[in-house]
Design a binder for this molecule. Structure first.
Ligand code: GRF
Length: 192
């Protein structure tokens, strides 16, 4: 079987992208073929350059008013889209084209703390404000609504009394880095 190629979509720092790239660096069956970002200042673009992976910055017209990203992904022979801190809702043409081939990670235990506007520190602040005793991660398939596709995996972490929203964010990010690459691998291998 030829190797399966993934494109990582990211808007920010790219620490998840980095853990995924590192994990698959010497993998014979799964390869990171492309990085897509909507933010020309995203740290993930430097990472792509350092790692020798092609990248592309997209704007709203390209993404929402044309379907050229499908051509781009096909050109790079991309089989799966991996969202890692990508903040734009995916257009429906892209979801149909890659049906059941798009994964996202959310930094909370969905269905709690999901939906529009629930990203990054907003999530951890809301968890903190509600005095939750735990938070965690959710890895799920992507459909047309924010954070609502089928859940593939969750893991939780305890929140201590003295934890700040930043502390919660750090605990959650550690879980993300640990689990996301492995769940991607299991999902893709199980899908063949
Ligand atoms: C992560 O918490 C991810 O779950 C979320 O956005 C954050 C991205 O962090 N959706 P990074 O860019 O991977 O460092």
């Amino acid at each position: 079987m030829s190797s399966q190629r993934i494109a990582i979509f990211a808007s920010g720092k790219g620490s998840n992208a980095e853990s995924i790239i590192n994990y698959f660096e010497n993998n014979d069956s799964i390869e990171v073929g492309l990085i897509i970002s909507n933010n020309s200042k995203a740290g993930v673009l430097n990472l792509a350059e350092r790692k020798g992976i092609d990248s592309k910055v997209i704007d709203k017209d390209f993404f929402y008013k044309s379907e050229k990203i499908v051509q781009l992904l096909n050109y790079y022979k991309i089989d799966y889209i991996i969202l890692a801190g990508f903040l734009w809702l995916l257009p429906s043409y892209l979801i149909s084209e890659f049906e059941n081939h798009i994964l996202n990670i959310h930094p909370a235990l969905l269905p709690k703390y999901g939906g529009k506007g629930m990203f990054g520190q907003h999530v951890h602040r809301a968890v903190y404000d509600n005095n939750e005793e735990e938070s965690g991660i959710t890895i799920h398939l992507v459909n047309e609504n924010y954070d609502e596709g089928k859940i593939l995996f969750q893991d939780s972490c305890a929140i201590e009394e003295e934890d700040t929203p930043d502390d919660i964010g750090e605990k959650v990010l550690r879980l993300e880095h640990f689990h996301y690459p492995r769940i991607i691998e299991d999902f893709i291998n199980g899908h063949q």
